[in-house]
Design a protein. Structure first.
Ligand SMILES: [Zn+2]
Length: 86
């Protein structure tokens, strides 16, 4: 009979991610929307992510990965919406 439980009780929560110049996780997108993203150079490991491109938000400056198609569609929709405002 095994009474030794794995040491889950010793797991600590609340370790805050270290703030840094990379703005944290590139897989997390900011809330400014895809239309304001600018293409920037990818890191070497990002070539293993087909379909994703590396962008920087022109509003808040956060670098983030996003699908190329989604960004293109968002930019097109954004432009057409601006034209409709006239
Ligand atoms: Zn942003």
């Amino acid at each position: 009979m095994h009474t030794d439980a794995p040491g889950y009780a010793t797991t600590r929560h609340g370790r805050a991610p270290a703030p840094g110049p990379s703005f944290g996780n590139p897989f997390l997108r900011c809330r400014c929307g895809l239309a304001g993203l600018e293409r920037i150079h990818r890191r070497p490991w990002m070539k293993f992510l087909p379909g994703l491109r590396f962008y920087r938000c022109s509003s808040c400056g956060k670098p983030q990965l996003a699908p190329k198609r989604a960004v293109r569609d968002a930019v097109i929709a954004h432009r057409s919406a601006q034209q409709n405002e006239r």
